[in-house]
Design a protein around this ligand. Structure first.
Ligand code: SF4
Length: 162
């Protein structure tokens, strides 16, 4: 089975600060699934490093007040096309990101505070009917027929349970 994954979770240095966020659980999952790495922000030709961005009032802003909503949408739509071509039923995305965050994102105050919401890319994938989870969900996932990852992967999640 193929899955979309935030490239930074696989160790690619594409984050706003020039770094990566490799995640053990995701790297383990990459041994089981065919992973298609994506980064909607670099797909939008945003540089690495780049100023941090957060969502507020339905748009995406740099800390200096620059509205980067259209760039974020463009990159997310490009990576949606990649997901469609891959035919992936599952995406594992970076938690809290204004692009990739799943159900919780930074709140637009640049203080580290969180709020309910979806990253721009996560929302597009969810609207497409793809099962979207964050690396935090994967890390805490126990085998369960009710968990979305378990539904997608069947019962083979024992290696993820702690
Ligand atoms: Fe990682 Fe997504 Fe941010 Fe790219 S846009 S650096 S994949 S969280």
């Amino acid at each position: 089975m193929r899955a979309i994954v935030s490239a930074c979770l696989l160790g690619r240095p594409v984050r706003y600060d020039g770094g990566a966020k490799p995640c053990r659980a995701v790297l383990d999952l990459a041994q089981k699934l065919e992973m298609t790495p994506v980064c909607p922000e670099t797909a939008a030709r945003l540089p690495v490093p780049r100023p941090p961005a957060e969502q507020r009032d339905g748009r995406v802003w740099l800390r200096d007040g620059t509205d980067v909503t259209e760039a974020f949408r463009r990159g997310s739509e490009e990576m949606l096309a990649v997901a469609r071509r891959a035919g992936a039923p599952l995406a594992v995305l970076k938690a809290k990101s204004p692009s990739c965050g799943v159900h919780v994102i930074y709140d637009g105050t640049y203080t580290g505070s969180l709020t309910e919401g979806e990253g721009v890319y996560a929302r597009l994938l969810e609207e497409e009917g793809i099962c979207v989870v964050s690396e935090e969900t994967v890390e805490s996932c126990k085998p369960s027929v009710e968990h979305p990852v378990a539904i997608v992967l069947g019962t083979g999640l024992g290696h993820l349970a702690k």
